[in-house]
Design a protein around this ligand. Structure first.
Ligand code: SF4
Length: 86
């Protein structure tokens, strides 16, 4: 199981700073940061601790199983980012 970042993400990266396993990208020092539409969680790295969900100012992060139906595709959006851009 993994957590997923969905549409309201404003890329304020408080989630990235608190993640204990560096599962969230891109960071503010990465080349991709300025053009990123949102931040993404790598499901292969996430340990499902929930720390990022608790600090997100716009409630953009959910456990994959708790994603509302209209954001269900974001599990794939997060997964695909790490398949194509990393
Ligand atoms: S749930 Fe925990 S491990 Fe997974 S991305 Fe969020 S802070 Fe990182």
């Amino acid at each position: 199981m993994t957590h997923v970042i969905a549409a309201p993400c404003i890329a304020d990266y408080s989630c990235l700073e608190i993640c204990p396993v560096n599962a969230i990208s891109p960071g503010p020092l990465d080349d991709a940061f300025d053009e990123a539409e949102q931040l993404y969680i790598n499901p292969a790295v996430c340990i499902d601790c929930g720390a990022c969900r608790d600090v997100c100012p716009v409630l953009a992060i959910s456990q994959e199983k708790d994603l509302p139906p209209h954001w269900a595709n974001y599990a794939e959006v997060n997964r695909e980012y790490f398949e194509t851009d990393v």
